[in-house]
Design a protein around this ligand. Structure first.
Ligand SMILES: C[S@@+](CC[C@H](N)C(=O)[O-])C[C@H]1O[C@@H](n2cnc3c(N)ncnc32)[C@H](O)[C@@H]1O
Length: 332
């Protein structure tokens, strides 16, 4: 018989320590120093400028968390820290990995937030966002969004498509990558007005102003352009409840040209709600802004497309444990 003890619960109760160690290691550029040759604790103490005992503590935790590896004599980065947490590497994703760090105090007030009345029809954390806040937020989404966008463009055949509507497109990472891959394609990024100011900066940096435009607005209210044959909605699913997502999907169906396709990419839950944990936590995150957003199951998402009239429905894992993709076509 399986022995029941408290170890799993202890691990959960103190999981915050691991987040804190990761943040400190990023702040101190631990992985960059290791990559640059400070591969012993003695060298790290000099490079980091902190006492040897503190280095020992940090390195011990990083080894236990499998962020660092050792052969007994020297330290090296684990494959993921080497790729994503060494400054100067193209995959450097520290902005993204510390993206929600500012939310930490509120997460520790979750009990209070769960008792708060909800605010219907709210834009949640986006309600009061300024251009500067949007710029910071999207520096983080861009560092990860381009990788996801490349995956999208590889997995979806856009070669015969003419124009994509990118709902809540943020930096426009998906649109920019799509038109760079398919020079004949055009895209329009619909996002909130402070965000589209930032989107324009990314579009201009990529030199695709002639092919990607912005539509400042609120996708729950703003009419969609009616000359698009692809609609994409990526990474904003948990911000809204069933009714709002259902409305957006119906609006996308009406806007699409016959034969057009809709892609819903989001943090979806397995139907039995056994995971992924990331999707579940994005749902809980909505409690912090008292929004009516929530996590949606894969079947629910397929249902939104089906109810809107889409056919040829498909769904698949997009990024394991993080994003799922549901796709449908509007009949010719
Ligand atoms: C997590 S970001 C994802 C950005 C982009 N789709 C990506 O995957 O890189 C969510 C985006 O949805 C936008 N958004 C949320 N609610 C919106 C609304 N009602 N209307 C327009 N944009 C919205 C936010 O401003 C933000 O840019």
């Amino acid at each position: 018989m399986q022995k029941i003890d408290t170890t799993r619960l202890q691990g959960l109760a103190r999981a915050y320590c691991q987040s804190a160690v990761l943040y400190a290691a990023i702040d101190l550029q631990l992985f960059t120093h290791v990559a640059n040759g400070s591969d012993t604790e003695a060298r790290l103490a000099i490079a980091l400028g902190i006492p040897p005992l503190q280095v020992e503590r940090l390195v011990t935790a990083a080894l236990a968390m499998k962020l660092l590896e050792t052969d007994g004599a020297t330290l090296r980065n684990a494959p993921d820290t080497a790729r994503f947490l060494v400054q100067g590497e193209s995959g450097y994703a520290a902005d993204w990995l510390t993206f929600t760090r500012g939310d930490v105090p509120n997460w520790f007030r979750l009990t209070e937030f769960l008792k708060e009345p909800l605010r219907p029809s709210t834009l949640g954390l986006f309600e009061t966002q300024t251009v500067e806040q949007a710029r910071q937020y999207h520096a983080a989404t861009y560092s990860i969004g381009t990788g996801a966008a490349r995956r999208f463009v590889r997995s979806v055949d856009l070669s015969k498509r003419c124009k994509m509507l990118d709902l809540g497109g943020g930096t426009g990472a998906y649109s920019i990558t799509a038109v760079q891959t398919h020079p004949h394609l055009r895209a329009v990024v619909l996002d909130l007005p402070p965000v589209t100011e930032v989107t324009k900066e990314y579009i201009s940096k990529a030199g695709v102003e002639d092919r990607v435009t912005v539509l400042p607005g609120d996708f729950t209210r703003t009419p969609f352009p009616d000359d698009v044959d692809v609609v994409l909605m990526a990474s904003n699913l948990p911000l809204y409840n069933e009714a709002v997502i259902g409305d957006i999907v119906r609006k996308a169906y009406r806007a699409l040209l016959p034969g057009g396709e809709f892609h819903l990419l989001g943090e979806m839950l397995d139907d039995d709600r056994s995971g992924p944990i990331d999707a579940a936590m994005w749902g809980v995150n909505e409690a912090l802004s008292r929004s009516e957003g929530k996590c949606h199951t894969i079947s629910q998402c397929v249902g939104y497309l089906k109810d809107a009239g889409f056919t040829a429905l498909r769904h698949d894992v997009f990024v394991p444990g993080v994003l799922h993709q549901v796709t449908g076509t509007k009949v010719e």
